[in-house]
Design a protein around this ligand. Structure first.
Ligand SMILES: O=P(O)(O)OC[C@H]1O[C@@H](O)[C@H](O)[C@@H](O)[C@@H]1O
Length: 302
């Protein structure tokens, strides 16, 4: 089901294929997912990084900086970086961990998916630590990422993380789908679902505050981690008349940043649980994008 577009003729023929592996910026490998109604997504093997998600009208729903450097070892700025095994600076590793700076491989033999899927446009990627990685983070793991586009245009990211330490020694980690949404004008954006929650303010040494009862609007720079968030959060873009609805599970916290006044970045920091020897830690979240024209829709889920 994975097509490879190596010649122009093959490219033309494969234009409508649900899954195509081809070259992206700077000749980096990427996979393009397409659904019959017109929605699409792009995933770079570098970082296991989703860099594009378009609705059936071809409207881009993710923000990628026009200054983004698609060149290892720099992480791609925008889209959906995978922050693992560390979110932010919650640990001694580089900011947001190293998974976003590694080349993932296509997983040709993924274990059965927990929820049966009828999707045809999906790709399974896998990341395992190198010897060098083990020197800076001495835990062996298999990180399986499925990126899937549903017929309705949902984008679904599923992470399955397994402890492969030979001695079964548990480890802990933090994680985020560090999603950069494409929005119009930050002053036209409202976020619902974080009211009355406690948050850590990154602009004030992570001091803990409690949010007011109103939906969040962006009147000045904001960079926070909301704690114990509900399974559903909405980002309402009045100018675009589009609402992103985030549904998630296994990811209790949510980061909200508007540092560049161009986007809302919702990151989902998760657990520091001990990983059982054989089973997977699975985390999901789910976004819908309800546009004025209909159904643009993103979902991250387990
Ligand atoms: O520049 P990076 O490493 O991709 O991080 C982007 C943002 O990541 C967020 O998680 C931080 O709260 C922000 O302060 C930061 O600007």
């Amino acid at each position: 089901m994975l097509a490879s577009a190596s010649t122009p003729a093959a490219e033309e023929k494969q234009e409508l294929a649900p899954v195509v592996q081809c070259k992206g910026v700077n000749d980096l490998d990427k996979v393009v997912l397409r659904e019959v109604r017109g929605s699409s997504a792009e995933v770079y093997l570098y970082g296991g990084h989703v860099t594009s998600w378009k609705d059936e009208h071809g409207d881009e729903l993710l923000f990628v900086s026009n200054k983004a450097i698609f060149k290892p070892p720099k992480a791609i700025r925008g889209g959906i970086p995978i922050c693992f095994p560390q979110f932010s600076n919650f640990g001694n590793l580089e900011q947001h961990g190293f998974a976003r700076n590694r080349v993932w491989t296509i997983d040709t033999d993924p274990p059965p998916f927990p929820v049966p899927t009828t999707n045809t446009a999906y790709i399974d990627l896998i990341l395992k630590p190198t010897e060098e990685d083990l020197k800076i983070w001495p835990h062996s793991f298999e990180y399986r990422l499925r990126v899937a586009l549903s017929p309705g245009g949902d984008l679904m990211l599923t992470s399955r993380i397994r402890n492969t330490n030979a001695d079964g020694k548990p480890f802990s980690f933090t994680f985020a789908y560090h999603t950069y949404f494409k929005i119009s004008d930050i002053s036209e954006v409202r976020v619902e679902g974080l009211e009355t929650l406690d948050y850590l303010d990154n602009l004030q040494d992570r001091a803990r505050f409690t949010e007011q009862g109103d939906a969040i609007v962006f009147e000045s720079e904001l960079d926070r981690i909301y704690l114990g968030t509900p399974s559903k959060i909405a980002i309402i873009d009045h100018e675009k008349k589009r609402t992103f609805v985030v549904r998630k599970g296994g990811l209790p916290d949510a980061g909200l940043v508007n540092a560049y006044l161009l986007f809302v970045c919702l990151s989902l920091k998760s657990f520091e649980n001990e990983v059982p020897e054989v089973s997977y830690i699975v985390c999901y979240s789910c976004l819908e994008s309800l546009g004025q024209k209909g159904k643009g829709y993103v979902r991250f889920w387990r």
